[in-house]
Design a protein around this ligand. Structure first.
Ligand code: ADP
Ligand code: MG
Length: 315
């Protein structure tokens, strides 16, 4: 087992080389990283994940790395920012060895390469449980996609499919077999930069769905001082999800109240919606913003429906 400094130089220093090297003056290895100022606004977000709370202890190290980094990157996508560099604070229990660290850092390197981002620094400590904190930084080349500008009449749109990750979590917890598509929704979330780039300057508000659609749309409504009508039967579902043949209510529970998908939920005026290249990207209209103050859900018959659980609570 390597000591702290060997761990850093062996596993984390190599991840600095991805991303534009001109963006920093000093990278890993000194007391601070030093960033060259840019003319573009800098978006920053930090996310901590704790073993057994945010991921399963026995998950593959690569999947832990993937969920950690990509759920953090998802916040940059939801803001309309382009990722540039990141830091990692890693607290590792004694049982973690170099084989584990090699697999963990290999996946981080793959992702850093894929997104063109440099690991410019971090902190490594020992701890009774595994904790990973990613701070991600990105530049805004267009105006920030905030949560506070939704307007009554705007359409509510979601990307991809919903409920897959929450269904995977339930199946893993119950030690049932999990369809690979559901598992990869949980293990390998895709930050939706492909879509945030297209909707920036067109969407009125945006959030990534980490805690469940109803809860996260609720944040848009709160901050935009409006309400929403949500048509649960219109939520986009994957083939693997539909194949489970659940009752409508259970299906709504996962797709509307289940977290961990990291898809985007955005609002957009109808005129702007018409201009989006919809054939190229997976978008589904699921409701409309109202001048009400709450999120109202409707079933396929248009009847109001109240779900038992409306989102993931952190505490
Ligand atoms: P200090 O004690 O001055 O905070 P550290 O010993 O914590 O310095 O870290 C030494 C160097 O290694 C720093 O430049 C830090 O940014 C980097 N570093 C530590 N842990 C990580 C990590 N997990 N990933 C990337 N860089 C790291
Ligand atoms: Mg330190």
């Amino acid at each position: 087992m390597s000591n702290e400094f060997e761990t850093i130089s062996k596993f984390f220093k190599p991840i600095e080389k991805y991303g534009d090297q001109k963006q920093f003056i000093v990278g890993q290895g000194d007391d601070c990283a030093v960033i060259r100022p840019s003319t573009y606004p800098l978006a920053i977000s930090i996310d901590t994940q704790v073993e057994s709370i945010h991921f399963f202890s026995d998950m593959e190290p690569g999947a832990i790395a993937h969920r950690g980094l990509c759920s953090a990157l998802s916040d940059l996508a939801a803001m309309g920012a382009e990722p540039a560099f990141f830091t990692l604070a890693l607290s590792i229990p004694k049982h973690i060895n170099d084989t584990w660290l090699a697999a963990y850092s290999r996946q981080l390197a793959n992702l850093a390469n894929q997104y063109g981002i440099s690991l410019i620094g971090g902190d490594t400590t020992s701890s009774p449980t595994l904790v990973q904190t990613f701070q991600v930084h990105g530049y805004l080349y267009q105006k920030p996609l905030t949560r506070s500008e939704a307007k009554p009449g705007d359409l509510i749109v979601v990307t991809g499919t919903l409920g897959d990750a929450a269904l995977a979590v339930k199946k893993i917890s119950e030690q049932q077999e999990v369809h690979p598509d559901l598992l990869s929704a949980y293990n390998a979330p895709l930050p939706r930069f492909d879509i945030s780039r297209i909707i920036a300057n067109k969407a009125s508000a945006c959030i990534d769905i980490s805690d469940g659609l109803i809860a996260d749309l609720g944040h848009i409504c709160e901050q935009s001082q409006c309400g929403a009508n949500l048509y649960l039967d219109q939520l986009p579902l994957s083939a693997a999800f539909k194949n489970e043949k659940m009752t409508s209510n259970l299906s709504y529970q996962f797709s509307a109240a289940g977290g961990d998908d990291y898809q985007l939920c955005f609002t957009i005026a109808e005129a702007e919606w018409e201009t989006l290249p919809k054939q190229a990207i997976p978008l589904t209209v699921v409701g409309q913003i109202t001048s009400d103050t709450q999120v109202n859900c409707y079933d396929k018959y248009g009847n109001p429906i109240q779900l038992q659980q409306t989102g993931f609570q952190h505490r």
